[in-house]
Design a protein around this ligand. Structure first.
Ligand code: HEC
Ligand code: HEC
Ligand code: HEC
Ligand code: HEC
Ligand code: HEC
Ligand code: HEC
Length: 442
């Protein structure tokens, strides 16, 4: 009778813990789902005025206008949200195509605007068609996004699965701890009740201490020794293959340059600064002239977004002053002094000399986004190496990634042959020869 009770208790407790585990795992799935839904609803924002494509407009805006204009804040030029409603469409076409010509023609609005902005010259964009401009204006006409409402729980899940996983793990450990204590207490009480009622139950006889049993059993000793050796080799190999892998490497640079502020908050296109990534083997670091295109006009940091991270406006202004010193720019008199000193950026990504990697092949030919290899650069206050850059990393992507054949005549033919050879629709980089040693090793 007593035995049965014990079993019932055990099975109930294990059922209970199973139920608790299931609830935990279901609730995390539910959170992911609601986060996905939130993303989808924000993604679809129709153009406010019905003319033009705001998504295409955003890309054009970032590539051409973001250097001087922001949507909601004055930069070198005025803020642009709602500008389509401020002027006549035709006037806007003329202004954006060639503002200087419009000013020269004596257009009263244009002359006034120019004077109100200290006669700073806006770049001309004769290459933008009226359709392009409509797209840009559609983008600037989008309503200002509401700051996202923080949903308790969902915010935590978004911030990093690590946190919620750790929480769940902690919770489970706690629950199991409690279960062990409960079991112990229950057994004790039952034993007490049993002795009180005079019920017999088998008491374990004293056994040999565990380590003695272990040492007497030669088979067990052998197995353990082999296991330890294997584990040692495994971890040793793991450690050795980490040598020379600098994932997460983020050196302190001579000027604190924030990709978050430039590529994130101000949406400056990667190609504005790393223009050679599209055309050549290397991406390169921009020269100070490129910086000065903007920084002649931007001598201080007036954003708010980044001050929350513990940096101060004085710190950022000081960093821009360092740029001026290096470029030999006298900000008070707005002239170059000619006394330049090169900035020595520390190199972060570096493959060994025997490995060949080509940016344009990946960025232009394959159409791989920078972020696929470099991570969310636009969120990095300090840039760090995101990928391990090991041979295994290159190879596994070549196995997984299909070659981009759209609009590429050269590939179309090879692709058709190979697709037939492998009997598949798509051809991966690996099937195109991306696993051949000679492609990556000189
Ligand atoms: C080199 C910096 C620069 C770039 C690049 C630039 N602008 Fe401007 N923009 C200005 C300045 C400065 C003004 C203020 C008028 C002036 O001084 O000429 C201005 C004014 C304007 C105005 C009038 C705003 C108002 O509220 O009166 C519009 C519209 C405009 N720009 C659109 C654009 C668009 C669209 C692009 C991208 C295709 C662009 N700008 C790129 C500097 C720039
Ligand atoms: C305003 C100019 C500018 C823009 C825009 C910019 N970068 Fe950079 N980038 C730099 C400078 C300067 C450095 C060197 C300093 C540093 O490492 O932070 C750099 C460094 C890097 C490095 C590391 C180079 C190394 O030494 O290995 C990567 C990778 C990179 N940028 C990727 C990007 C990507 C991706 C984007 C677009 C999301 C981008 N950058 C946008 C200026 C820029
Ligand atoms: C396309 C325009 C543009 C270019 C090119 C550019 N910057 Fe900036 N930079 C900005 C803007 C916009 C800000 C933020 C100003 C604000 O928010 O008030 C900024 C801020 C800064 C700051 C202060 C924040 C920080 O990142 O520490 C520094 C330093 C800086 N830039 C250095 C550089 C250097 C070095 C280069 C060249 C490698 C460069 N910038 C190229 C537009 C530019
Ligand atoms: C397929 C992966 C991949 C993609 C996509 C990629 N990079 Fe790189 N990037 C690398 C590797 C690998 C290195 C190291 C190259 C070396 O050491 O020779 C690197 C190095 C760099 C460097 C350091 C300077 C240099 O050229 O060695 C910069 C800057 C950079 N990348 C920017 C970019 C930008 C901007 C883009 C998008 C336009 C981009 N990368 C896309 C893999 C990639
Ligand atoms: C994000 C995925 C990705 C990563 C990571 C990546 N590659 Fe690639 N790579 C591709 C794709 C896709 C192609 C096919 C491009 C094309 O259409 O030719 C390619 C092509 C190549 C080619 C040309 C192959 C041929 O058949 O001509 C070389 C060489 C190459 N990659 C080297 C590297 C090296 C070295 C690394 C690691 C440092 C690397 N790749 C990492 C996606 C990647
Ligand atoms: C897609 C590009 C790619 C291909 C294909 C490739 N390798 Fe590599 N290999 C690399 C890169 C990148 C490294 C540097 C890894 C590092 O620094 O950790 C490397 C490193 C090595 C090393 C040095 C040891 C190490 O792991 O660091 C050897 C040896 C090597 N490769 C041999 C080969 C052989 C043999 C083949 C053909 C079967 C081959 N590789 C094909 C990209 C490639």
């Amino acid at each position: 009778m007593q035995q049965v009770n014990f079993r019932n208790l055990y099975s109930r407790l294990s059922l209970l813990s199973l139920a608790v585990m299931l609830t935990f795992s279901f609730s995390t799935y539910a959170q992911e789902d609601s986060a996905n839904e939130a993303e989808q609803t924000t993604a679809a924002t129709p153009a406010a005025d019905g003319v033009g494509d705001a998504v295409a407009g955003k890309a054009l805006f970032n590539a051409n206008c973001a250097a001087c204009h922001k949507l909601d804040k004055k930069a070198t030029g005025p803020l642009l949200r709602g500008v389509a409603q401020k002027y006549d469409r035709d006037w806007l076409y003329q202004w954006i195509n060639d503002s200087q010509a419009l000013i020269a023609s004596g257009d009263a609005l244009a002359v006034e605007l120019f004077a109100a902005n200290n006669n700073s010259v806006m770049t001309s964009f004769p290459g933008l068609s009226t359709a392009d401009i409509d797209n840009i204006l559609a983008y600037t006409s989008e309503p200002k996004p509401e700051p996202p409402v923080a949903i308790a729980g969902a915010a935590g899940a978004g911030a990093g699965d690590g946190v919620s996983n750790n929480l769940i793990l902690g919770g489970l450990i706690l629950i199991f701890g409690l279960l062990v204590v409960m079991l112990f207490l229950v057994t004790n009480t039952l034993k007490k009740i049993a002795t009180a009622n005079g019920v017999e139950y088998d008491v374990k006889e004293k056994r040999l201490p565990l380590h003695k049993v272990f040492l007497q059993n030669q088979f067990l000793v052998m197995v353990s020794a082999i296991f330890l050796l294997l584990a040692g080799a495994y971890f040793g190999y793991g450690y050795l293959s980490q040598v020379g892998v600098d994932q997460g490497y983020a050196p302190i640079q001579p000027i604190h340059f924030s990709h978050k502020i430039h590529a994130g908050d101000n949406q400056i296109d990667c190609n504005y600064c790393h223009s050679s990534a599209r055309k050549s083997k290397t991406s390169g670091i921009p020269s100070l002239n490129v910086c000065m295109n903007c920084h002649k006009n931007i001598s201080e940091y007036n954003g708010e977004e980044d001050l929350a991270m513990g940096y101060t406006k004085e710190f950022y202004d000081g960093e821009i002053a360092k740029l001026y010193d290096a470029a030999g720019w006298d900000a008070t008199n707005q002239v170059y002094t000619g006394e330049t000193e090169p900035v020595e950026w520390s190199r972060i990504h570096n493959l060994p000399d025997f490995a060949y990697f080509n940016h344009s092949q990946h960025v232009t030919v394959a159409g791989v986004a920078c972020q696929k290899c470099h991570g969310p650069v636009e969120e990095m206050e300090i840039l760090e190496q995101h990928a391990p850059l090991t041979m295994g990393w290159c190879i596994s992507c070549h196995r997984e990634t299909n070659v981009n054949v759209a609009g590429n005549e050269y590939y179309k033919e090879i692709h058709e042959q190979l697709a037939k050879e492998y009997g598949v629709e798509q051809v991966t980089a690996a099937q195109m020869g991306g696993l051949e040693c000679g492609k990556c090793h000189y």
